[in-house]
Design a protein around this ligand. Structure first.
Ligand SMILES: Cc1cc2nc3c(=O)[nH]c(=O)nc-3n(C[C@H](O)[C@H](O)[C@H](O)COP(=O)(O)OP(=O)(O)OC[C@H]3O[C@@H](n4cnc5c(N)ncnc54)[C@H](O)[C@@H]3O)c2cc1C
Length: 376
């Protein structure tokens, strides 16, 4: 039986970032993932500027495109484009990003074991034990970074209060799309599916097409994706690597991401942004805060720190999601109004913390979105 200070379950962005922070602070860390790396994960692979500020290492080696243009479309008919003076989103592929982050965790001093499922979790008063790839490991603290379908939250009784959306994505070679037009553009198509949107994101040798929404949209996601493909004159059969996954979104105040010996980070804590469906910003923020709480010997301080960091913004996202769901056309026209792109770009880059910070011409359309969300 081996003992470590911290056992981190799952080597996605949340788990590897937690391991990096902890190992740099001198903790002994075992980072374990059931998959053999490099492995893929259903994801658009868009790291917003806001998320980038939270990544604990330089990810330049795995960035394939830099997006500075945002195109918003409504029901495959109307659209507008806006270009930012600074990068908005860095595009990577999760197969590459996650392997790179796990390597960085090893460089920081963590031990990484892939192909090692963590199971038989027992949470005690003074520590935890689990089997990792068949070996028994004990640890002072267990970090659940095991994603949307993880088991740590269930084992710790921390899985309440989480809404689950669903998304489906795949890749299309540039040979069947206009690479020049989309090379630095993220396209977002609103109006369907309910509770979400469709997207086109540029990657090195292909574009990523995807759709996501409420869990009830699950059976219709393939049709939504086919419709999206047709909008670009792409045969849906040309989409390769189709992958679907859940989008866990916590209701504010309804879930607890930690107990005495267990801390949840990233998707395991249900931290996906309800409006954008992004979760990497939240994964990196929660990783940092979890590591700080563990190093300070106070895991119980983590829930309040996480709420301070994320709840205000998540509240605005729930509001905007409700408005988009009820009145996509109003939201589209509000987004098109003068000044609003400056706020959207600021939110993506991380220069603006919350839509409330909007000034001047952007305020009335953003207030309209809040009113529409409240209207029955
Ligand atoms: C279709 C889609 C598109 C998305 N697009 C974006 C985007 O463009 N930008 C963005 O920021 N976010 C996006 N997201 C959200 C983003 O993918 C997640 O928020 C992010 O992956 C969360 O990272 P994580 O480390 O918490 O979990 P994950 O990345 O899911 O990692 C969890 C890891 O835990 C491992 N694991 C699970 N159980 C065990 C076990 N018992 N033992 C050992 N290991 C285990 C898994 O193998 C996995 O490697 C998207 C999500 C979906 C579904």
């Amino acid at each position: 039986m081996r003992h470590v200070d911290v056992l981190v379950v799952g080597a996605g962005p949340a788990g590897s970032a937690t391991a990096i922070h902890l190992a740099r602070s001198g903790a002994s860390v075992l980072l374990a993932d059931r998959a053999t790396f490099p492995r893929d994960k259903a994801c658009g692979g868009g790291v917003t500027g806001r998320a980038l500020r939270q990544v604990p290492c330089d990810i330049t080696p795995v960035v394939e495109r830099v997006v500075d243009t945002f195109e918003l479309r409504l029901n495959h008919t109307r659209s507008f484009r806006r270009t930012s003076t600074a990068p908005l989103i860095l595009m990577t592929q999760r197969r590459r990003l996650d392997a790179f982050l796990a390597e960085q965790a090893v460089t920081a001093g963590a031990r990484f074991q892939d192909g090692a499922r963590v199971e038989n979790i027992v949470i005690g008063e003074v520590g935890v034990s689990a089997t990792v790839g068949g070996d028994t490991i004990t640890a002072d603290v267990l970090v659940g970074a095991d994603g949307a379908n993880g088991t740590v939250a269930k084992a710790a009784g921390l899985d309440a209060g989480i809404e689950r959306g669903v998304a489906l994505e795949g890749n299309v070679p540039w040979a069947v799309l206009d690479e020049e037009r989309y090379a630095t553009t993220a396209v977002v198509e609103v109006g369907a599916p309910a509770g979400g949107y469709g997207w086109l994101f540029p990657k090195g040798d292909h574009a990523n097409l995807g759709v996501g929404g409420w869990a009830t949209e699950g059976p219709r996601l393939r049709d939504h994706l086919a419709r999206l493909a047709h909008a670009y004159s792409v045969d849906p059969d040309a989409i390769t690597g189709l992958r679907g996954h859940r989008l866990p979104m916590r209701r504010i105040g309804a879930s607890t991401p930690a107990s005495r010996r267990v801390i949840l980070v990233g998707d395991a804590a249900g931290l996906v942004d309800p409006l954008s469906g992004d979760g990497m910003y939240e994964a990196f923020v929660s990783a940092r805060l979890a590591a700080e709480a563990i190093v300070a010997g106070a895991p119980e301080s983590y829930p309040a720190a996480l709420a301070d960091a994320l709840d205000h913004h998540a509240g605005a996202s729930w509001t905007a999601k409700q408005a988009l769901d009820r009145h996509p056309a109003v939201c589209f026209w509000a987004a098109r109004s003068p000044g609003v792109f400056g706020v959207v770009a600021g939110l993506l880059r991380g220069d603006v913390g919350h839509p409330d910070e909007a000034r001047g011409l952007a305020r009335p359309p953003l207030r309209l979105i809040s009113r529409v969300a409240r209207r029955r």
